[in-house]
Ligand binder design. Structure first.
Ligand code: NAD
Length: 462
């Protein structure tokens, strides 16, 4: 088959899918809350019936253990489906407006929740199911039609989702497009009513620019260099254990992983010893973390970061190029201007910087807004001072990542780590137009008669 023919074929397929979804949305089918609930339940059964196969696909893509996939992709998606089923009736109902009882009682105004339309969901590779299914759950609950485009870097997971989505979900309203840059570029040329993007900041810019041509609103879930700030008052062992855990989970390939650590000089040696202790405990005799680095490019990029740093390698420092598994690597005495601090690491490398919490929040401010900040402190005033002097998508105090799993809490970045929210009602609202409707009763005409011209500033309203 010639390349030209293949490209024509993909373009046609994408256009046909888009047109089909536009027609379905216009038919009003997806506005029916019963349809939305049915689709959410189907999604539940898709995960339930195919758990083994989906886990095997993720194992092939990332060499990730079943337990890791269970506590991340599966638990997150399942919890979200149940939460949406529980709340969808209330979220989708009209909301009375007015700040007095009488205004509400009279029912003059209300907000109608209207689905935005046909939406595009573009996912990153590090959570093959979650990053496309969580926004899809919100889009379905809101009554939208959706095209999902998972990452091409997880071909097994992408291929299995391609088979399962049409088998379980309503094909007239939900579709999946496989592929990478060419396919995403074709999709971005079409008009959507919302684009939900999870990925890197440079691609986020491309998505925003394409969306601007159609004045399409965009949610950007981007990365960030999430710092952990270990204060003098911290529970040192707990802090070291949590940081090490964040570098093991998915081999540190998580937007919410600790990127680098600021440690108060008075506890620096004790903390780094405990960090090494927990790394060895978690390795359990193995030389490397089980979950692989997603591809050769990223593996080489990570080794180059280690090679180029001026910091001191405290433990780890290499990996197995055949399996792309890496040793968890701690680099000590890193300077804020070191080459390793220039980009999001997205792997099991942990630079440690010496500095008290004030130097930590000042340095953090200079690097844009991270997706999360992790504060380890047992002094409330310290915590409050850091919060007052920093900005980030979210914060977990004395642990890592937990804020992102809190039911009903908004999740999203700010500034350089993205904009817009999802999870629970926040995701529902991202795919919903809040339409204010005012029903003017006949008596209002008399009450508002002063508004009509001719306007005369000297005359008081009667
Ligand atoms: P990426 O930006 O390279 O790719 C994301 C998606 O965009 C993929 O589906 C890919 O096919 C598509 N894409 C890539 N290049 C494109 C181009 N030139 N034009 C159009 N589409 C293109 O990101 P990634 O490597 O898949 O994921 C890692 C990044 O995602 C990290 O920065 C990480 O922090 C971030 N991330 C953020 C969150 C969050 O919730 N904020 C979650 C997971 C990952």
């Amino acid at each position: 088959m010639s390349t030209a023919y293949k490209e024509y074929d993909i373009t046609e397929q994408i256009h046909d899918l888009h047109e089909r979804l536009v027609n379905t949305f216009q038919s009003g089918k997806t506005k029916d809350v019963a349809w939305r609930k049915w689709q959410l339940k189907q999604l539940w059964w898709m995960l339930e019936d195919n758990q083994k196969e989906l886990m095997a696909a993720m194992k092939l893509d990332l060499n990730r253990s079943s337990i890791e996939s269970m506590i991340t992709d599966f638990a997150g998606a399942r919890k979200d489906i149940l939460y949406h089923l529980q709340h969808i009736d209330r979220w989708a109902s009209d909301e009375p407006l007015g700040d007095t009882f009488i205004a509400r009682y009279l029912g003059l105004a209300h907000i109608r929740k209207e689905p935005l339309g046909v939406v595009l969901i573009i996912g990153a590779w590090n959570f093959p199911l979650l990053l496309v299914l969580q926004p899809l759950i919100a889009a379905i609950a809101a009554g939208c039609c959706a095209i999902i485009k998972p990452s091409e870097l997880i071909p097994n997971s992408q291929g299995l989702l391609k088979q399962l989505i049409p088998k379980y979900l309503d094909e007239s309203a939900i579709g999946l497009v496989c592929g990478g840059v060419p396919e995403t570029t074709l999709l971005l040329g079409l008009r959507f009513h919302h684009i939900f993007f999870t990925g890197s900041a440079p691609v986020g810019r491309i998505v925003s620019a394409a969306a601007a041509k159609h004045m399409t609103p965009v949610t950007l879930e981007l990365g960030g260099q999430c710092p952990a700030i270990i204060c003098r008052s911290a529970d040192i062992d707990r802090a070291a254990k949590c940081v090490a855990y964040s570098k093991f989970l998915n081999s540190g390939q998580i937007c919410l992983s600790v990127n680098h650590i600021f440690v108060d000089p008075t506890i620096y040696d004790k903390f780094t010893e405990r960090l090494k202790y927990w790394i060895n405990e978690f390795l359990d005799g193995q030389p490397t973390i089980d979950t692989a680095i997603v591809n050769q490019n990223h593996f080489d990029r990570l080794l180059n970061l280690i090679h180029d740093t001026d910091g001191r390698i405290f433990c780890g420092g290499s990996g197995n190029p055949e399996t792309r598994r890496m040793e968890p690597t701690v680099i000590l005495d890193v300077d804020i201007n070191d080459s390793i601090m220039k980009e999001e690491i997205f792997g099991p490398i942990c630079p440690v910087l010496k500095g008290d919490f004030r130097s930590a929040y000042n340095a953090t401010k200079l690097k844009g807004q991270p997706l999360a900040i992790y504060i380890f402190s047992n002094d409330k005033r310290e915590v409050e001072e850091i919060l007052e002097n920093s900005n980030s998508g979210g914060v977990t105090v004395n642990d890592v990542i937990l804020h992102a799993g809190t039911s009903g809490a908004p999740f999203g970045g700010v500034g350089s780590s993205g904009h817009g929210y999802y999870h629970g009602p926040y995701g529902f609202n991202s795919f919903t137009h809040l339409r204010t409707i005012m029903n003017a009763p006949s008596w209002l005409e008399r009450a508002l008669r002063f508004r009509y011209p001719p306007f005369n500033a000297t005359e008081t309203p009667k």
